[in-house]
Design a protein. Structure first.
Length: 402
């Protein structure tokens, strides 16, 4: 049995984890997801969270684990102290991580896990690593984006990479970042394993109308490059080109974004919808003519895959893993990251060249089907789990057919 752990699950931005779990279960693996924080949405599966029952329960569970295996708990405490940020704050957080790991160990004890897998190299992964150490089971990790190499997560990343049984990277770019942080002896255990999406019915996907309505989906935060996207929209308006932009997402700079839209007199062209559920987000993507992503920092965005799977012409920056999926002019358009004139040029191309938008619309779903469709994307991960004896007996024939 495999335990999956993230900081918060389910979450609006973690639909790809749900698809991954579902696809692995179809292949015969028993997987139980857990979360550090309680979820705010419901996907129909009960997910236990470490912090979902109050601090006293966490301490009580941790004390049970401590009483059951005091020497292991002490060794885990030592690991927590060696894997932390410097200073008092780092020490305090290491204490929290240690207690949460002991509590989680007590929670998962009835299901007798043989392996623990974490998504994202953040505090949740620290708890996962400590939990696996206490339980004396292998632990693995999936890397997604550059935020995992930045401060504060980046300072602890080498220790995680070295301790992991294997590391899955959503892109070759992120695998290269893992290689950058560690000695070559560790590189063979780093694998590229794509996040996957479900393919919609492909009939009637090809764009038949001129592009007028753009959409973007993402957290309202500085790294998403909204100010640059608005600059491009402002120039298009000044040139008399008719187009609109819908933004799905919420976040800490929403107020600043609203003020920027008003300052640029783009109220009539830009609509903020806030955060939406997966189905509603996909419905909004379906309504749009094209998808644009202006990010300054990314991994390999799943929402970009979803837009391409839906047959939308896409524009994105030449950053991180995005060029691994988009070939400029063949299945999407790329612009130099942070170059808003270049972004505006590519938006203008879609708005004025219907043959180009049709060509990209036809090619995009094929790209996703060939490498990023969930059944294909999960196959390398399933193989890694199977090599470790984690496949249920009744699932052997399923893996053999893949």
């Amino acid at each position: 049995m495999i335990v999956y752990l993230t900081s918060e699950y389910p979450a609006l931005s973690h639909t790809f984890i749900r698809r991954e779990i579902s696809a692995l279960r179809e292949r015969g693996f028993t997987i139980t997801p857990y979360s550090i924080r309680p979820a705010t949405i419901d996907w129909g599966e009960r997910v236990e969270s470490v912090l979902g029952h109050g601090k006293s329960k966490v301490i009580g569970k941790a004390l049970r684990a401590l009483a059951r295996h005091p020497l292991r708990a002490g060794a885990t405490f030592g690991l927590a102290q060696s894997h932390r940020q410097a200073g008092f704050k780092g020490w305090l957080w290491s204490m929290f991580h240690w207690l949460e790991a002991l509590a989680l160990s007590d929670m998962v004890r009835p299901v007798r896990p043989k392996h623990l897998h974490s998504h994202f190299a953040n505090s949740g992964a620290t708890v996962g690593m400590l939990t696996a150490y206490f339980l004396q089971i292998p632990w693995s990790l999936t890397l997604h984006g550059i935020s995992e190499t930045d401060h504060p997560a980046g300072a602890l990343l080498p220790g995680k990479l070295e301790r992991a049984d294997f590391v899955a990277s959503a892109s070759w770019f992120m695998r290269a970042q893992a290689m950058r942080f560690t000695a070559p002896a560790f590189w063979p255990k780093y694998h590229v394993i794509r996040c996957g999406v479900s393919m919609p019915h492909l009939d009637a996907l090809v764009a038949e109308e001129p592009v007028r309505k753009f959409i973007t989906v993402g957290r309202l935060s500085a790294e998403k490059g909204y100010a640059g996207l608005f600059e491009a929209m402002e120039h298009l308006k000044a040139d008399g080109i008719d187009c609109s932009l819908t933004i799905v997402g919420d976040g800490p700079i929403r107020g600043a974004i609203e003020r920027d839209i008003k300052k640029r007199n783009l109220d009539d062209r830009i609509t903020l919808l806030g955060a939406l559920a997966e189905e509603d987000t996909l419905a909004e993507i379906s309504k749009a003519d094209a998808f644009v992503l202006a990010s300054l920092m990314e991994g390999l965005p799943v929402v970009l895959m979803e837009a391409m799977a839906a047959g939308k012409p896409v524009i994105a920056a030449t950053i991180a893993g995005i060029p691994e999926m988009i070939e400029d002019g063949r299945n999407g358009l790329l612009f130099d990251v942070g170059n808003w004139s270049d972004l505006g040029r590519q938006m203008r191309r879609l708005l004025t060249d219907q043959e180009l938008s049709k060509k990209l619309s036809e090619a995009a779903p094929r790209t996703i089907a060939e490498e990023f469709e969930i059944a294909r994307a999960v196959a390398p991960l399933a193989a890694l789990f199977a090599q470790r004896g984690l496949l249920d007996e009744q699932g052997d024939h399923v893996l053999g057919q893949s």
